[in-house]
Ligand binder design. Structure first.
Ligand code: BMA
Length: 337
């Protein structure tokens, strides 16, 4: 860790924690009727935000101290896929630590770093858990925890290879930790369904349940969970990505589903239309064209505002906004279930 990160973390912790910073927000632009709209500041993190980065995208952001912290996917100029810690006062302007995140791990077999990408961060009980696509003889789901965004303790991988898009629920359900994931293969997987798994201790995962698979159109090839699900009285609101296989390759869009509160493998509502798809230049042009890939959501319960962080074209980090009631209303009207 450099002094830069130590200083920003101390500042976030030092300030009066009673003053909770509001999440980034912009009102829906005049003339726009979309349920999800983009930030005018996009991309909020450019590909060369730090000198070593080729691209910074598909990243996870949470509230931390009197501001925000996150784990960012930074592919470096060798094109290693790495994770880096970031801090921010306002969720828009980010300090990204130039050195990659190095997990502490008691098991040297598990702790040997190959690569990591597409992190999610989830506050449960007393700590932040990080899940990510972890290279261990192929991609699988790595799990670690931190209390301060300085020391990260790597635990067992949740599953055998091959798996991606491991997304924790923010509380135990029926007495067990719960995670969504997407079993896959070792390549640019041409299939993929979302499953639900349960664990008594965050180490041993089982009692797997099928949640949902591909359907049609923008989600006709594969689907994967996005940000940490948001609890509502009607169910868990899940934003997810869906993939269409076009003549020109995969197109990654975002939709939403409402999962049962007590049995989240039961899908109550599911969008038939996408909520966000690659249309802006920073989503259509980049290292992998035509990708909008959400990994994090900040939710302000009193106002219902949601700020969604997503990767654009596997190159940059972007922000979009929506209101929870409008997403739930949209789901009721648009559901394919
Ligand atoms: C997936 C992951 C994502 C990426 C997407 C589009 O398989 O690798 O990180 O955004 O492909 O390339």
């Amino acid at each position: 860790m450099t002094d830069g990160l130590a200083n920003t973390i101390n500042n976030l912790k030092k300030k009066n924690e009673a003053i909770i910073k509001s999440i980034p927000w912009e009102n829906r632009p005049a003339g726009c009727s979309d349920v999800v709209w983009r930030s005018k500041l996009n991309p909020i993190i450019r590909r060369n935000h730090i000198p070593i980065s080729n691209s910074i995208f598909n990243s996870a952001v949470v509230r931390f101290g009197n501001g925000f912290a996150g784990v960012f996917r930074c592919d470096d100029k060798v094109r290693n896929m790495q994770l880096h810690v970031g801090t921010s006062d306002d969720g828009l302007n980010w300090y990204i630590e130039p050195q990659r995140l190095k997990f502490k791990c008691e098991d040297e077999n598990i702790g040997q770093w190959e690569y990591g990408y597409d992190p999610r961060v989830c506050w449960i009980e007393d700590r932040y858990y990080v899940t990510w696509c972890n290279g261990y003889h192929g991609p699988t789901i790595g799990v670690a925890y931190t209390k301060d965004f300085v020391d990260f303790h790597q635990m067992e991988n949740a599953f055998l290879p091959f798996n991606r898009n491991g997304v924790l629920f923010p509380r135990k359900i029926n007495g067990e930790y719960a995670m969504l994931s997407r079993p896959s293969d070792n390549g640019h997987t041409p299939f993929g369904d979302i499953y639900y798994s349960q664990s008594p201790n965050m180490i041993h995962w089982g009692r797997h349940r099928f949640v949902m698979g591909k359907t049609m159109g923008w989600q006709g090839t594969k689907v994967g969970a996005g940000p940490i699900p948001i609890e509502t009285p009607q169910g868990w609101l899940l934003f997810y990505h869906g993939v269409l296989n076009s003549c020109n390759g995969f197109v990654y869009s975002m939709g939403a589903a409402l999962l049962d509160l007590d049995e989240p493998w039961k899908v109550r509502l599911r969008s038939s239309s996408y909520l966000l798809s690659p249309q802006e230049i920073y989503e259509c042009v980049g290292d992998v064209p035509n990708v909008t890939f959400p990994c994090a959501a900040l939710y302000d319960k009193p106002t219902g505002k949601i700020a969604l962080y997503y990767g654009g074209a596997d190159t940059v980090t972007c922000l979009a906004f929506c209101k929870i009631e409008e997403v739930l209303d949209f789901l009721k009207k648009d559901s394919c279930i």
